[in-house]
Write a protein that binds this ligand. Structure first.
Ligand SMILES: Nc1nc2c(c(=O)[nH]1)N[C@H]1C(S)=C(S)[C@@H](COP(=O)(O)OP(=O)(O)OC[C@H]3O[C@@H](n4cnc5c(=O)[nH]c(N)nc54)[C@H](O)[C@@H]3O)O[C@H]1N2
Ligand SMILES: Nc1nc2c(c(=O)[nH]1)N[C@H]1C(S)=C(S)[C@@H](COP(=O)(O)OP(=O)(O)OC[C@H]3O[C@@H](n4cnc5c(=O)[nH]c(N)nc54)[C@H](O)[C@@H]3O)O[C@H]1N2
Ligand code: SF4
Ligand SMILES: [Mo]
Length: 759
C-alpha cells in the first residue's frame, strides 16, 4: 500500500497546530501566527503569473499574500493563489521515492530508484535504440528545470521522442504564430487590456481561469467594447457588450467571414498590409468561399452581428483579441489561430498599444517551456532542421553537433501510439497526469500497461503515479527556486521558502543527480552545475539575439522589477512590452507576416442518432486540472467537490431530469456514470458542458483521439455523446436539426436577408 505523508512524518499535519482550515486567509494575522519571514515569489498555478509573498513560520509555509508592487496583480490574488501555501503540506504529497515490489509501491532510497531506472534505460537503449525511451513533460516546471530536463533527454539519453502536456494546451497557438508571423511568441502585454478600445475574448473564460486579468480590464479608462465568442454563456460572457454564442467549432469560418467583410467594406489598413504582409491577393480570392450569409448558417450568428464585429476592427484605434482553449483545442486549432491573426494584419491591429492577437497561456510556465525548447523546437526558438541554428546551439553549449537532433520526434499522441506498437518501451512522465488529462482513457490505460517501465516524477500521488513502476518524489512550488514566464512574456522569479518535504528533491536536483548514472553525461552536459542559476545562465546565452532574448535578465532584476518581459538585452535592459512594433520585424525571411488562406471544415464525428449531443469540456475556478493540488484543500474543493453536467432546460425536459438529479454519459469511446445535473440556459439545446478535473467522473473517457494535424492538439471541446437518465435510459431522441448544432450540414436560413448587411 502507498503510504501517505502521515506515515512518513509520524504525525498528521491536519491535526497539528497549523491546522489547514484555520488559516485566516482573509483576516488579520494574530501575533502567535505571524510568519517569521515573508519570501518573495510567483504563483505556481496559472499563466497570469501573479507576484506574491510566502509567509514562513518555524520552517513551514503558513500564508500567501499578493505583492502590492507587482505589475501583474497589484497585491490581489485569486482564491488559488491565496491558499497556495496549503499545497506544500498536503496529505496528497509523495514524500519519498517509491518502487513497485510485489505489485505494491514501496519506499526506496534515491540511489536504488536512480540505478534501477538507469539500468532499465540502458538495457532498452542497447536492445531497441535510444528512441525506445519516451518522455512526456509539462508546462509547470521552472524554466531552469525544463531546460535541464530537455538537454538531458535529447543530448544525454539521446531520444527525441519527447513532448509535453503543452501539446494539450498551447501547441496550436505556437504553430499558428509560427506559420503566420514566422515565430512563436505571444505579441501582447497585459497593459494592452488597459489600453484597448475593444477586447475580443475567444474561447477564453478568463473569469474562471485567468481571474486576475480582469483587474487590467477594470483599469481601462476607455470603457472598452467587450466581445465574448463562446458557445457557452460562461461567467466571462457576463461581462460582454456583444456575446457571440457561436456554434461549436465554427470559429474559423467566423473569422474568415469577418475578413471577407473587412475587405468588402474597404475597412482594411491598406498601408499596413502593403508594407508588412504577404498573401493579400490570394487571401482576398480565398475569402470568396466565406460570404457572410453562408457563414451565418455555419456559425449560427446573424449577419448583422458579423458586420458589427468586423466593424469594431476598423472603427477602433486599438483592438485586442485574446484566446485560449476554445480556439487551440480543436482539429482546426492552428488554422483558427492564423485566421485570428489575419484579422489583425488586415487592419493593422498589431504591434501597438492595446492592439494585437494575444494567446493567453494556461500553465504557470507554459512560456518557459516554449522558449526552453527540445520538444517542438530547439532551445531559444531555433527550428529543427535549421543547420545554422543547430551549429550555433552546439557551439554555445559546447557539445558535438551530431548529438543534437535534427528533427522533432514523436508528439504526445504519437508517443502513445508508438508504445501501442511496441516501439517505445519505457516512458518517463514528469509533472503531468495523463490518466486524467489525456483523451480516450480506455485506450491510454491499455497502452501504458504494455510498457516495460513507467517512471513518474511527481510531487503528489497522482493517478499516473499510482500505476508507475518507479516514482521520483519531487519537491514542489515554494520548495525550490527558478523562473516562470507568464502569458505576456514576463519572466518572474519563484523562490524557495521552505525545505523540500520529507525525502523529496527539486526537479532540478533529480535530473542532475540522475544524469550521473549515465557515463560521461553529467560531465558533458552539466559541468559543475549544482544550482538552478547554472541552468539559467546557460539559457540566457542560448537565447541571446533570438526573439526570446533573456540575456539581459538577472535574478536580481526580476526581484527588483517584479518580472521582466523578453526580449531583454543590452538595448532593452528592462524588457519589451510588445512584439512587432516597428523596431521588431516579423521573423519570416522577408520580415513580412503571412496572410494565410485557411479553411473551415465540418466535424468528422457529427451528432448522430446514437450520440445526438455535443459535449464541451473545460474548467472551474476552484479546481486545478487533475486536482492533485486542489482536492485536499477544503477551501477550494468544498466549492466544487465533484463534476457536474450543464444541460439546457429543453434537453432536461426530454430526459425528465431536474437540477440535482444524476445522469450517465456515453460516447463512442466509453461511458461515465453518475454526474449531477445542473439545468441551465448557459448551454444551448443539444450541447452540454462538463468540467474535466475529476477522476471520479473521468470525462476524458469519452473524448476521441482527434488532433489538429499541424499542432497535435486534441479536440477536447466537441464530442458527440448521449445522456442517460433513470426515466429515459436511451436518452435524447435525435432530430435532424441537431446536425446543425455542430454544423455538419449547412442550414439554409431563409430569414437572413442580404439587406441586413446594410448597417
Ligand atoms: N481555475 C483554473 N484556472 C486555470 C486552469 C485550471 O485548471 N483551473 N488551467 C489553466 C490552463 S493550463 C489553461 S490552458 C487555461 C484554460 O483557460 P480557458 O481556455 O479559459 O479554459 P476552458 O474552460 O478549457 O475553455 C475556455 C472556453 O472555451 C469555450 N469553448 C468550447 N468550445 C468552443 C468553440 O468551439 N469556440 C469557442 N470560441 N469557444 C469554445 C468553452 O465553453 C470555455 O468557456 O486555464 C488556466 N487556468
Ligand atoms: N477534457 C479535457 N481535457 C483536458 C483539457 C480540457 O480542456 N478538457 N485541458 C488540457 C490542458 S490545457 C492541460 S494544460 C492539461 C493539464 O493536465 P495535466 O498536466 O495532467 O494536469 P495537472 O494536474 O496540472 O498535472 C500536473 C502534475 O504535476 C504534479 N506537480 C505539481 N508540482 C510539481 C512539481 O513541482 N514537480 C513535479 N515533478 N510534479 C509536480 C501534479 O501533482 C500533477 O500530477 O489537461 C488537458 N486535458
Ligand atoms: S490568477 Fe493565476 S497566477 Fe494569479 S493568483 Fe490566480 S492562479 Fe495564481
Ligand atoms: Mo493548459
Amino acid at each position: 500500500m502507498i503510504k501517505k505523508i502521515k506515515d512518513f512524518l509520524g504525525f498528521d499535519i491536519k491535526a497539528d497546530k497549523y491546522k489547514l482550515s484555520n488559516d485566516p486567509i482573509f483576516g488579520m494575522i494574530s501575533d502567535e501566527k505571524k510568519p517569521d519571514k515573508w519570501v518573495f515569489s510567483t504563483c505556481g498555478y496559472c499563466g497570469v503569473g501573479c507576484g506574491l509573498y510566502i509567509g514562513v513560520k518555524d520552517g513551514r509555509a503558513v500564508y500567501t499574500k499578493g505583492d502590492p508592487k507587482h505589475f501583474v496583480n497589484k497585491g490581489v490574488l485569486c482564491l488559488k493563489g491565496l491558499s497556495e501555501h496549503q499545497l506544500i503540506n498536503s496529505p496528497e504529497r509523495v514524500t519519498t521515492p517509491l518502487i513497485r515490489k510485489d505489485k505494491e509501491l514501496v519506499y526506496d532510497s534515491w540511489e536504488n530508484v536512480y540505478s534501477k531506472v538507469a539500468d532499465e534505460f540502458k538495457r532498452i537503449k542497447k536492445e531497441h535504440g535510444a528512441k525506445a525511451i519516451g518522455v512526456i513533460s509539462t508546462g509547470q516546471l521552472l524554466t531552469e528545470e525544463f531546460y535541464t530536463l530537455g538537454k538531458f533527454v535529447q543530448l544525454g539519453l539521446g531520444t527525441n521522442n519527447y513532448d509535453g502536456n503543452t501539446t494539450l494546451c498551447m501547441a496550436s497557438a505556437v504553430m499558428g504564430y509560427k506559420q503566420s508571423l514566422g515565430s512563436d511568441g505571444p505579441v501582447g502585454s497585459y497593459e494592452d487590456f488597459e489600453k484597448a478600445d475593444c477586447i475580443v475574448l475567444i474561447g477564453a473564460n478568463i473569469a474562471d481561469n485567468h481571474p486576475i486579468l480582469r483587474l487590467h480590464i477594470n483599469k481601462n479608462k476607455k470603457n472598452p467594447k467587450i466581445i465574448v465568442i463562446d458557445p457557452r454563456a460562461s461567467k466571462t460572457a457576463q461581462m460582454a457588450d456583444i456575446f457571440v454564442p457561436i456554434k461549436p467549432r465554427t470559429d474559423l469560418a467566423l473569422f474568415n467571414a469577418l475578413a471577407y467583410i473587412i475587405i468588402e467594406q474597404g475597412w482594411e489598413d491598406e498601408g499596413y498590409v502593403k508594407a508588412n504582409t504577404n498573401g493579400y491577393k490570394e487571401l482576398k480570392k480565398h475569402l470568396q468561399n466565406y460570404p457572410p450569409q453562408d457563414v451565418a448558417n455555419i456559425t449560427g450568428i446573424d449577419i448583422k452581428t458579423l458586420y458589427e464585429i468586423a466593424r469594431q476592427f476598423s472603427v477602433n484605434d486599438a483592438v485586442l483579441s485574446a484566446w485560449t482553449m476554445g480556439v487551440n483545442q480543436s482539429v482546426m486549432g492552428t488554422d483558427t489561430v492564423s485566421a485570428i491573426i489575419n484579422l489583425h494584419l488586415l487592419t493593422g491591429q498589431i504591434g501597438r498599444e492595446g492592439a494585437g492577437p494575444f494567446s493567453i497561456t494556461g500553465q504557470c510556465n507554459a512560456m518557459g517551456t516554449r522558449e526552453g525548447g527540445f520538444t517542438s523546437s530547439l532551445p531559444g526558438y531555433r527550428n529543427f532542421g535549421d543547420k545554422k541554428a543547430l551549429s550555433e546551439y552546439a557551439k554555445i553549449v559546447n557539445v558535438a553537433q551530431e548529438i543534437i537532433p535534427t528533427e522533432r520526434g514523436y508528439r504526445y499522441d504519437e508517443i502513445i501510439d508508438a508504445i501501442d506498437r511496441g516501439e517505445i518501451k519505457a516512458l518517463w512522465i514528469v509533472a503531468t497526469n495523463p490518466l486524467v488529462s489525456f483523451v480516450n482513457q480506455k485506450k491510454l490505460r491499455k497502452v501504458l500497461a504494455k510498457l516495460d517501465l513507467l517512471v513518474v516524477q511527481d510531487a503528489f500521488m497522482s493517478d499516473t503515479a499510482e500505476i508507475a513502476d518507479v516514482v521520483f518524489s519531487a519537491a514542489t512550488w515554494g520548495e525550490k527556486e527558478g523562473t516562470y514566464t507568464n502569458s505576456e512574456r514576463r519572466c518572474n522569479k519563484a523562490n524557495k521558502a521552505v525545505e523540500p518535504l520529507g525525502n523529496t528533491k527539486s526537479d532540478f536536483d533529480i535530473i542532475i543527480e540522475f544524469s550521473k548514472y549515465f557515463d560521461g553525461v553529467n560531465e558533458m552536459l552539466f559541468p559543475s552545475w549544482n544550482k538552478p542559476l547554472d541552468a539559467f545562465n546557460e539559457f540566457k546565452e542560448v537565447t541571446r539575439n533570438q526573439l526570446c532574448d533573456y540575456s539581459g535578465i538577472t535574478y536580481e532584476l526580476l526581484e527588483e522589477y517584479g518580472g521582466i518581459q523578453w526580449p531583454c538585452n543590452e538595448q532593452r535592459p528592462l524588457g519589451t512590452k510588445r512584439l512587432y512594433s516597428p523596431d521588431i520585424p516579423f521573423r519570416t525571411k522577408d520580415e513580412k507576416a503571412n496572410l494565410l488562406c485557411v479553411d473551415w471544415y465540418p466535424m468528422s464525428e457529427p451528432a448522430s442518432k446514437k450520440f445526438p449531443l455535443i459535449l464541451n469540456t473545460g474548467r472551474t475556478v476552484e479546481q486545478w486540472h487533475t486536482r492533485t493540488k486542489t482536492r485536499s484543500m477544503d477551501i477550494l474543493n468544498d466549492l466544487a467537490p465533484e463534476a457536474w453536467v450543464d444541460i439546457n432546460p429543453k434537453d432536461a425536459q426530454e430526459l425528465k431530469v431536474k437540477s440535482g438529479d444524476r445522469l450517465s454519459l456515453s460516447s463512442s469511446k466509453g461511458k461515465v456514470e453518475d454526474i449531477v445535473v445542473r439545468v441551465t440556459q448557459t448551454v444551448a439545446p443539444s450541447t452540454i458542458f462538463v468540467p474535466f478535473h475529476f477522476n471520479t467522473q473521468l470525462i476524458n473517457t469519452l473524448i476521441d483521439d482527434n488532433f489538429c494535424p499541424k499542432s497535435g492538439e486534441p479536440n477536447y471541446k466537441q464530442t458527440a455523446v448521449q445522456l442517460h437518465s433513470d426515466e429515459v435510459p436511451d436518452g435524447i431522441e435525435f432530430k435532424e436539426e441537431q446536425r446543425g448544432v455542430i454544423s455538419y450540414v449547412k442550414i439554409e436560413n431563409e430569414e437572413i436577408k442580404l439587406k441586413e448587411r446594410e448597417i
